[in-house]
Ligand binder design. Structure first.
Ligand code: HEC
Length: 142
């Protein structure tokens, strides 16, 4: 039993050494940012749902409006930018770029239906989740 607990405690979710940089910001900004994050994950779910339903165009729309460069205004990126290090802001921009690239790949795939199109869509979506992870591995706000 003790071994089992130890095994769990050393799993990736509860790493003993947290090397992420702590980025401090006012509580209200924290709340705002975390709410955005939860919406990011919901957007990914919706994108996958539309892809599963074969509606690549709709998946692209969600990506652009909720994760892409067009989403920057709606989630107050300019306001939050004054609290975060430059490299973290750059990681955010990279994610928005990846989402906007996904939109273009999705539009192309819609025209050229087939296996290659699907693979390109998966690849472009992975680039988005890779951008999420790149930031998550480096920063925390609490
Ligand atoms: C620029 C950095 C950055 C990017 C890009 C980013 N996140 Fe986050 N995310 C964070 C930080 C920082 C936290 C808070 C971590 C902590 O302190 O616990 C967080 C927390 C979260 C949470 C937890 C929310 C909560 O209420 O606790 C979710 C879910 C999440 N992110 C999803 C995503 C998804 C999905 C993406 C990509 C589509 C993404 N994030 C991209 C920085 C980022």
């Amino acid at each position: 039993m003790a071994m089992l607990l130890l095994g769990l405690a050393s799993g990736p979710a509860v790493s003993a050494e947290d090397s992420r940089e702590l980025v401090e910001m006012p509580a209200m900004m924290q709340e705002h940012m975390l709410a955005n994050m939860r919406d990011h994950l919901r957007a990914l779910e919706e994108i996958l749902g539309h892809l599963a339903a074969g509606d690549v165009g709709e998946a692209g729309k969600i990506a652009e409006n909720r994760l892409g460069l067009s989403s920057l205004d709606s989630h107050g990126a300019a306001h939050i930018a004054q609290f975060i290090p430059e490299a973290m802001a750059a990681a955010g921009t990279e994610m928005h770029r990846a989402a906007s690239r996904f939109v273009i790949v999705a539009q192309d795939a819609e025209l050229a239906d087939g296996y290659d199109g699907h693979r390109a869509v998966y690849g472009a979506l992975q680039a988005v989740t890779a951008a999420c992870n790149a930031c998550h591995q480096s920063y925390r706000i609490r």
